[in-house]
Ligand binder design. Structure first.
Ligand code: NDP
Length: 326
């Protein structure tokens, strides 16, 4: 028997507790993993609180990512003892996830952890950091290089934003960190931000175009902040959009696209092809400053996960919360 967080639903009532499960209750899959670390992400907070329709079948073990060691496998590319990480693929949504001491998964979903990253570091990065890297890669793919000017990062004090700020700074970009928590200015400067911008500056009713200000952007907010950001992107720039912390809508016009050649690059980490994932993790092993990673991540005990989830949705969490599971 092992500990797992289990979300159950009866009628309209959702409950969430730490339960004892046995291996034979785990879903089908060719690989059994001893989970060492998981995390609490925005999406997990939606699942745990029931605030968003994340969980698609009940009962559900939440946790959209985990890192651990292969215990048993029949997958040809894996063997017991391999260190692996899993992000997405519907885990923690439609398939049991990482907030349990054991997980069974398809071997094809597991990324072997690159040398130089510990299991804890891989979850301090987690889905938020891997998504941040997918955003950074999208900017580079679209020709947004450090010499083109500053890149704006929204939700900079959150998980994706903190890691995006550190990664961009490490690559030599000027970073305008957009935050609703200007009290976190020192933290953001330590991560490498060159400018701190109050979120208010992106909260006006969006105009089709504003003064050209940023070479690119990484956006976790959606809605009005993204619409304003697009209106401020320099000719030929790109915004990588991955989140909806401010809302699902996008009250913009085609003006930035047809008059300034701006690109809006959508980023999805969940179904991202394996080759791109491996690239992202290889880049992370090279470009993630591990001292900065330590400064932006804190451990959250397994038995505190459920009570911490609501704070996430209030935007009250700084950086990354890493959950020791083993
Ligand atoms: P966090 O809660 O850690 O960070 C979100 C940050 O957004 C907050 O810390 C806050 O930063 C900012 N924010 C909150 N509310 C608003 C608002 N109303 N307007 C503008 N900014 C706001 O979450 P994560 O970093 O883990 O995730 C961020 C987003 O990215 C989420 O929507 C998540 O679902 C999405 N995501 C998407 C992925 C994908 O595959 N596409 C993968 C991972 C995450 P501050 O206080 O600095 O302003």
């Amino acid at each position: 028997m092992f500990d797992a967080i289990l979300i159950e639903k009866s009628g309209e009532t959702q409950t969430c507790d730490v339960k004892q499960l046995s291996e034979d209750q785990l879903p089908e899959g060719d690989t059994l993993v001893d989970v060492a670390w998981s995390t609490l992400n925005y999406k997990d907070a939606l699942a745990l609180t029931g605030a968003g329709p994340v969980v698609r079948s009940f009962p559900m073990v939440p946790g959209i990512d985990f890192a651990g060691v292969v215990a048993e496998t029949t997958h040809p590319d894996l063997k017991p003892g391999d260190r692996v990480v899993l992000n997405g693929w519907g885990v923690g949504e439609s398939r049991w996830g990482g907030l349990a001491k054991k997980a069974r998964a398809k071997g094809e979903w597991l990324v072997p952890l690159p040398d130089g990253i510990t299991l804890r570091q891989s979850m301090a990065i987690g889905t938020a950091g891997y998504t941040a890297m997918l955003c950074v890669m999208a900017l580079a793919d679209h020709g947004v290089t450090p010499d083109k000017g500053e890149v704006a990062v929204t939700g900079a004090a959150g998980g994706v934003g903190s890691i995006a700020t550190a990664l961009l700074a490490h690559r030599g970009y000027g970073v305008a960190a957009v935050t609703g928590r200007t009290s976190e200015a020192d933290y953001l400067r330590d991560l490498g931000a060159s400018t701190i911008l109050d979120r208010e500056e992106l909260s006006a009713k969006p105009r089709p175009l504003n003064k050209e200000r940023f070479a690119g952007g990484i956006d976790v907010a959606g809605s009005t902040p993204l619409a304003n950001l697009l209106s401020m992107i320099r000719y030929g720039g790109t915004v990588a959009a991955c989140g909806l912390a401010a809302g699902m809508d996008l009250p913009t016009s085609v003006a930035p696209f047809i008059l300034r050649g701006v690109t809006l690059a959508g980023i999805d980490s969940v179904m991202c092809p394996m080759e791109r994932r491996r690239d992202a993790w290889a880049h992370l092993a090279r470009d993630m400053d591990m001292a900065k990673l330590d400064s932006l991540s804190v451990d959250l005990p397994f038995d505190k996960v459920i009570e911490t989830a609501p704070r996430f949705l209030d935007g009250g969490i700084r950086g990354r919360l890493v959950v020791p599971v083993a």
